[in-house]
Design a protein around this ligand. Structure first.
Ligand code: G3H
Ligand code: ZN
Length: 284
């Protein structure tokens, strides 16, 4: 069934677990994430990013409608989240399209501007019942910029600033910069667990980890134990999908039916989702 992100995250946080939120680009991603979650008997969040909407020529509804339909038919609870939104117009579309939450991303702006933009977005979103996540500090590697393999300590989230930001912006969850970076293709990120503990102590809202594809399994499990309640994964699915498709078509030069390679790409993503849900303690 389709459920709300806020309910899934609070439930997980109360049990010191995390909800996994997977970025979906194609219908095969949607099907794979749900199949992987069903195999793990775990709830899951499907996230559509503003970038994924741009890929669909600016159209939110084709993939969102498919995701809502798939979520409603799923054997496990599935929520729909709009990820890394910068445009107010897109945020406004989300409330009518089945999304229960969004991540409003003004983290690239100086503190006061990030706060003002986030507060305005949150005030509006709360009138529509949307749960809002924002980011303070900067998880690098967005928009095709090179991932920060050695995440700059200067970009990390400061606990005192974070406490003020959450109080003044009224957000429901905070994405924290603790050493992960977006779009990493190797799992070599080292998280700052001391900083995570300080952030967890300073803040009463759930904490979100972005750029989780670059974080090794043991580090992910430790982050959940340290207070991360939502784990965002995008690139890892694209890696396993593309690797599987690349191998499949290379071995079959005469194959032309997209179903043949999309099926193997989808299965590779399904297996990875099931694996990660186990790592996060979400299975069962
Ligand atoms: O919001 C999306 C996540 O932060 C995904 O990051 O593609 O590096 O796993 P990733
Ligand atoms: Zn992200």
């Amino acid at each position: 069934p389709l459920v709300s992100t806020g309910a899934l995250v609070s439930h997980a946080a109360a049990k010191q677990r995390a909800v996994a939120a997977f970025n979906v680009i194609t219908l095969e991603h949607v099907e794979a994430v749900i199949a992987g979650a069903e195999a793990a008997k775990s709830p899951v969040v499907l996230q559509i990013s503003e970038n994924a909407v741009k890929f669909r020529h600016g159209q939110l509804l084709p993939l969102a409608r498919a995701a809502v339909h798939a979520a409603e038919a799923a054997a496990v609870p599935v929520a729909l989240h709009l990820d890394h939104v910068t445009e107010d117009d897109l945020l406004r579309q989300a409330a009518d399209a089945g999304f229960s939450s969004a991540m409003f991303d003004a983290a690239h702006l100086p503190y006061e501007q990030n706060l003002a933009a986030t507060r305005a977005a949150t005030d509006w979103a709360h009138t529509r019942g949307l749960w809002i996540e924002a980011e303070l500090g900067e998880v690098g590697g967005k928009d095709g910029r090179p991932p920060l393999d050695a995440h700059a300590p200067g970009a990390r989230t400061d606990p005192d600033e974070a406490r003020r930001f959450v109080a003044d912006s009224c957000v429901d969850a905070l994405a924290v910069a603790i050493g992960s970076s977006h779009a990493m293709t190797s799992r070599t990120a080292a998280l700052d667990h001391v900083l995570l503990t300080r952030l967890d102590e300073a803040l009463s809202v759930p904490l979100v980890l972005h750029g989780s594809s670059g974080v090794p399994d043991e580090e992910l499990a430790a982050a959940v134990a340290g207070g991360i309640a939502k784990v965002n994964v995008g690139t890892a699915l694209n890696i396993v999908m593309t690797d599987a498709i690349r191998r499949h078509v290379a071995d079959r030069p005469t194959e032309v039916d997209p179903r043949s390679y999309l099926a193997v790409g989808r299965q590779a993503m399904t297996d990875h989702v099931t694996h990660l849900l186990g790592v996060l303690g979400a299975s069962g």
